[in-house]
Design a protein around this ligand. Structure first.
Ligand code: SF4
Ligand code: MG
Length: 321
């Protein structure tokens, strides 16, 4: 099939415990009924404010945490049903790049050791072959192999993210889930790392899920973009379409907030007001109704269904019927 990954009805609830009584007093619906697919070779951007469930989604896809409900299918194999042993194998094919490479790189290990580790875990190659691949990979991400003996603190933030990318590439994965990979970097460095990610995507035939909190960052790397709010995807469309014809009031508000130097991007003048409500106590009806400037009576009581308008998905009562 043309799909690498298919997600259906994915949910994750975290219990809220009352510390004194030790009883569960409620739950946080961190991910609430997500369905989407990722095609081979494409980049799906997932955007939302912090707390919208986008990082939880990434961790669910890797099965670093267990889903409460739903199905994750990778190349016709159901990740949500795999045994530990099957999971270990599939993790060669799915790798993650994290927001803070410094926190994810062991400070006491040399770069060589850090990059070799995934190969040892997955029993790939001889010692010599592993060394060779470490050096190749350092060159591919734009760092000389002379750096192999150095330690994470000896590198800049941008270089450390290159190392994080090299580590993700070591097992020659098919899918990379990048969780805010450039958010901690200066704008000028962001562009370099994004360009590197684009180059290696072609070279290694990678598929990306690219998670970010702002629509500006994912614009040039994504083929399609989904917007999340309080655990749900509220809009998903081809990248070009989304930036020119955003439909959901939340997406429009996000677009007004982000400076995008591109005359083709339709700018809206809808300020995003108020805080995101707590996921432990989400508003009734449309979860965005407490911040929406276009809300109607129905929005407070009835949750909008996904509408598919020529492949442009939107969940908002403005587009019903
Ligand atoms: Fe706004 Fe109603 Fe649409 Fe929700 S469903 S985004 S409250 S108009
Ligand atoms: Mg996050």
């Amino acid at each position: 099939t043309e799909f690498l990954l298919q997600v259906e009805g994915l949910k994750k609830n975290f219990p809220i415990n009352n510390g004194l009584l030790g009883k569960q007093t409620g739950e946080v619906r961190a991910v609430d009924d997500l369905s989407f697919y990722v095609k081979k070779g494409e980049t799906l951007g997932i955007v939302g404010e912090s707390g919208c469930g986008k990082s939880t989604t990434g961790r669910l896809l890797m099965r670093l945490i267990e889903a409460s409900d739903g199905k994750i299918v990778f190349e016709d194999k159901e990740i949500t049903k795999m045994s530990k042993n099957e999971l270990r194998k599939i993790r060669r094919d799915i790798q993650m790049v994290f927001q803070d490479p410094y926190a994810s790189l062991n400070p006491r290990h040399s770069i060589e050791k850090i990059l070799e580790e995934p190969l040892i875990v997955h029993r790939i190659g001889t010692k010599e072959e592993r060394k060779k691949r470490v050096n190749e990979m350092l060159e591919i991400v734009g760092l000389s192999s002379h750096h192999a003996r150095r330690y994470p603190h000896q590198f800049s933030g941008g270089q450390r993210q290159r190392i994080g990318i090299a580590r993700a590439l070591m097992t020659k994965p098919k899918l990379i889930i990048a969780d805010e990979p450039v958010s901690a970097l200066d704008v000028s460095i962001q562009a370099q790392v994004l360009n590197l990610m684009k180059d290696i995507q072609v070279e290694f035939q990678l598929t990306y899920i690219f998670i970010a909190h702002d629509l500006g960052v994912v614009r040039h790397i994504s083929d399609r973009v989904g917007v999340m709010y309080l655990g749900r995807l509220i809009e998903l469309a081809d990248s070009e379409e989304l930036y020119k014809k955003a439909m959901h009031p939340y997406t429009k508000a996000l677009l007004s907030a982000v400076p995008i130097a591109d005359p083709d991007v339709i700018r809206h003048n809808i300020p995003l007001s108020g805080e995101m409500p707590s996921p432990s106590n989400p508003p009734s009806g449309c979860a965005f109704h407490t911040r929406c400037t276009e809300g109607m009576d129905i929005c407070k009581s009835i949750r909008p269904n996904d509408q598919n308008i020529d492949g442009h998905f939107v969940a908002c009562h403005l587009y019903n019927g």
